[in-house]
Structures are given as structure tokens and as C-alpha cells.
Design a protein around this ligand. Sequence first.
Ligand code: PMP
Length: 461
Amino acid sequence: MNMITNHLPTAELQALDAAHHMHPFTDSNGLAAKGARVITRGKGVWLTDSEGNQIIDGMAGLWCVNIGYGRKELAEVAARQMEELAYYNTFFQTTHVPAIALAAKLAELAPGDLNHVFFAGSGSEANDTNIRLVRRYWQVKGQPERRVIIARKNGYHGSTMGGGSLGGMAPIHAHGGKIDGIEHIDQPYWWGEGGEMTEAEFGLARAKLLEDKILELGADKVAAFIGEPIQGAGGVIVPPATYWPEIQRICDKYGILLIADEVITGFGRTGNWFGSQTFGIKPHIMTIAKGLSSGYQPIGGSIVCDEVAAVVAEGGEFFHGYTYSGHPVAAAVALENLRILQEEKIVEHVRDVAHPYLKERWDALTDHPLVGEAKLVGLMGSIALTPDKAKRAKFASEAGTVGLRTRERCFANNLIMRHVGDRMIISPPLVITPAEIDILIERARKSLDESYAGLKADGLL
Ligand code: PMP
């Protein structure tokens, strides 16, 4: 089937796709009318589509292909592991070498005493695990009423019922509801919501909302706070420098568990192994996925500190787990990915080469008439599109109109850059070279120019 369908003409593939494949986060009828772009190959930072276009992937897939596409070593490890032991579970007093080795490796890489790993198949599942873990922790500690988890509006933690509820995205809540015991506070988005405050003041003000919420609910009701070091799907919102230290202080003060959702920021994305290191956060639990295997296999997990793991263990059996927790093929591939990240010094490449080079070129985009602020931490960046930089103004058109039009120009110019509302975001593979950064920027600028001209022509500016 695979080889046959690979050789079908694009239009036929698109018709089959429209007839049978339900896409995530997609307006199916809208897509069917247009036809999905069919991606056929990947190598390094480059994708090829069924029409032979060479596309530069400014998003590393969905923020995950950290080591780039097409690494044979991972395919070989997967094939070997499938032959040796394709599957076994870790439920009933059994284990296997890939899960052991990966857990031990993660304990070595993760900061502080984050020494214990509960595996999942994805970031969403791992966050569902976290909900149970923190509630179980407080039950065993004799405080079962501590079960509320505080999260942020416009945060993203997945789209299972648990992950989607932790996330603060109203459209997700609107489709199917939200589980109980989760509260949201406003996000630290200075450009969009900072008003007249300085960034530093605003960071503190938004962190203080956590304390207000704890006092409103009663500290004896609150189990944990969860946040992404940098909000990714919310638009690459980099918090003011004052934000995380204050959040940490408040969690410490009230003895609230801190969960850092590192699904995007883990494994080199911010120029350190984990975003928590970049922002000085000391979490009790880290959510991981994506870059853990560079997307070559679906795998996620929760890295848990000594104390939380010990308390949960004290409680006896923890009634939770997934068929694919610690899947041997996924674990073996993740281990090989970590070996490559480490031996090829890819995190150092981000910190010392790719980030500094991209930063200079990314910041320079602010000379474009459409671009307000430019943010870049490691290789995770965003630009705010605006009709008036000084006022940090929004467009008169519906939010996201200009972003979508700009993204479409990027697509047409064979650059994958996403939009969230009227922010454009990038998260390229970590192996991107300066020469490839030049191409990315050249295509981004061309797309911005075309978008600008189109907006003018259509009377939207
Ligand atoms: N947390 C964060 C911060 C994410 O960005 C994502 C995915 N974009 C998730 C959780 C969910 O991960 P998954 O899609 O693997 O379930």
C-alpha cells in the first residue's frame, strides 16, 4: 500500500486523504476543498513534497525533529530493537533494557534530583500522568483535598481531556468540556497584554496572580502549578525575566508542586538541555516528549523528583499506566537520539552557533514595517505583526487574519513558519546551519514583503 500510494499523483492522494483521514486541529471541509500538501521525504532541515518542492522546515515538524530528518542510525536502532524485542510491557513486575537505560539516561541529564521517569506515549499523556501523580502525592501525604492544579490561560499542555483541561485554550475547552479541579490565571504576555507597565513590572504582576489564586482557593486546596517555561503553541510567549523567579518563590512559599512542561523546551531547544535551566526553574516534575526522540518515535514521560517519587511509592500501587509506557522500540530510538544530541554537541551548537547567528538576523526583521517585537530563546522564536509598533497595536481585521495571510505566503515560498493569531513563530531543527538560517530569513522576509503588499492592496493596512 505504502509504495503504491507513494506513487499516486498528488490529486489522488489528496482525494483519498479527504475521503478517509480526519486531520487534527483542522477544518476538514476547508482542507478537502483545497487539498493537503503531501510531504514525502525529509533530510536535515529540508522537506520534499509530492510535487518535488524543497521546503525549509522552520518548525521541526511540530517542534520535535531536533536532530533533523533522515538520520539512519535511528532507523537501524529501531529495526534492531523490533527484531530483538518488539514489545513488552512494564506493568506486572517486568522491565526491559531500553526502558531501564532510557530512564537512567534521563535521570543523568535532568537537573537536580529529577531522577525517576514515568513513561507515556506523548506529551498529552504525560500531563495526564502528572494530574494523577500530584493528586496521589497529596493523598498519600494525608491532604487529599489538595487537588486543584493552577495553569495559565493560553498555555498548551496537550489535547487529551486532562492535557486539554490543563491548557488554557478556550476553543479546546469548548469542544468537549474540561475536567474539574483546574484553574487558570492570566499569561505573562507583555507585548499583547502589558499595557503601560514595563516588562519587569508586568512579569511580577502576572506572577502575583498565582499568589492571589492560591489565597482565593486556600493553599490547602492547591496541589500544583503547571507552566511551559516558554509558551509554545500559545505563540512563543517569552515571559519577562522577573516572572519565573517570582513563580518559584510563590510555589516554595505555599509548598505547591511545580510542574515544568518541557515538551517543547526540553532537549536543547532553548540552548540548554532543559528550559528550566535557561529560566532558573526548579520543578518537582518535568513533562517531556517531542525532542526526546526527535519525533522519530512517539514517546513522552514525566521526570519526577526524589521526594514526589518516594511519597507516591509509599502509597503502594499507583493505578495508572499505558500499554506503551516505555515502549522498547521508542525507548531505544530515544536513547540513540540522546546519544546523537550529546556526542555531536548539538545543544552547544544551538547555544554557541545557531542561536547567536539567528538572533542577529531575526532581530533585524524588526526593521520591516509589519514587524513589532522579535523574540528568540535558543531556537524558539516569534515576531509580533502589528500595524503600529510604538503602540503595540492590533490590526483592525479579526485577530489571526494577517498571521494566516503571512503564513500562506511562507508556504508559497517553501518555508514552514506557523502563525498563532498575528504572531509568526519558528522552531527549526537544532542542527540548522548559518547558511540554512540565511535561506530561512530570506524566505521569511520575502513572505513578509508579499504579505505587506497584499494587505495594502486589499485595504487592510
Ligand atoms: N505540552 C506542550 C508544552 C506541548 O507543546 C505539547 C504539544 N505541542 C503537548 C504538551 C502535547 O504533546 P502531544 O501532542 O505529544 O500530546
